[in-house]
Write a protein that binds this ligand. Sequence first.
Ligand SMILES: Cc1ncc(COP(=O)(O)O)c(C=O)c1O
Length: 443
Amino acid sequence: MAEKLAIDGGKPALDAGTIKPWPVLDERDKQAVLRVMDGEYLCGGEAPEAQALEREWAGYVGRKHCLATSSGTAALHMALAALNIGPGDEVIAPAYTFLASASCILHAGAIPVFADIDRRTYTIDPALIEEKISERTKAIIPVHLHGLPADMDRIMEIAKSHDLYVIEDACQAHGAEYRGKKVGRFGDLAAFSLNSSKNLACGEGGLLVTDDRDLYMRAGMLRMFGDEVDDETKLRVYNSSILGYMYRTQELPAALTRAQLRRLDEYNEIRIRHCNYLTEQLEGLPGLHTPYVPVECKSVYWMYILEFYPEEAGVTDLSPEQFRIGMEKALFAEGVQLGQWQTMPVPAQDLFQTKLGFSGSGYPWNFTQAGRDMVYRGEDYPNALDLCRRYTAVVGYHPPNGMEVAELYAQAFRKVFSDLDAVRRHWQDDLVAHYRGSLFRAK
Ligand SMILES: Cc1ncc(COP(=O)(O)O)c(C=O)c1O
């Protein structure tokens, strides 16, 4: 007889408290932060930790220049603004990503145009980009999603043939590689997030990289009120020549990031080992699809994505969404940390339905020279839409958790798959599971 599931009152596969939180913060991080407390600077142009972080990250990615910022969102906005992308321009982004990959376009006063994702990798489908290009298109923002690089060869080819800029959104993919090269090395600029959920984490922060000195200088001004630093004296001029922002970082997060960076590769290898093991263990379960990683890509698994196909499990009375919800509840009760992250394509979000824009003015969509009238409909992105019905994002396998958690996760999946009736019975339960601060709702 099948073991009683935790959702039916059985013993959970994982005891409460088994999973330890990410990021790993230890003595090395404390020492880094104390170094700042004992030093002279908390922020500013001469602050040594931020400067060292910029050198180290540029070196790690293989880029000439890096600017540390207050967030990944700030880095993305700086990238667009440094390229002079603004009112009247269009920028192409994937329909499935985090909002900031598209809201940065609005922040620049430009219009986001969405392209659907590849159904297997979940990154922007290069085959769907060209039909989105108009005479107003200035750039493409490929997103290296869940830690997996986008199809950069084809994206760069399209960009080159249409004379478009490429800004890589690498906010989820520190250390991921495409054809042996780190992501962040392909586009004109690339942005990374240092938010505490990310593989390189400090709380909140970001990193912007480029090889182009002019873009670097301009982005540097944008980061600091549009102000310049005198080349000789290294002092601020206090004469803003362009409209800038306040997107600087601080010494405490910069020092913490540096300490974390020293262990990034080691932690990524642990994630990869855990996720490969999970894939090996789970791929035989009918109705469950494990991640697809193209041979040219190294994923660093910021999230581990699974999809549910009830018909393959012989479940014909539940829709993919109902089956997925039932599975999530049963697995969550077993102690697996999982749930939905994005629940709809980005263009289906209210922001794009109401098009209220800046302060409710309708700008930039109502900008008189904005060209075509953009209509955003979730159903225009069937791959993103279908993914949102079927996927769940698993976390909790990150360090300091070891292989034993991956093994317990595999056991929990096998257990739940052995009692599909429980999934049938429970999918409608009025249960709201907490997933990393965001909620996935039962219905
Ligand atoms: C794909 C993507 N782009 C951009 C961002 C924005 O980064 P931040 O939260 O550091 O502003 C995130 C953060 O989650 C992200 O996942």
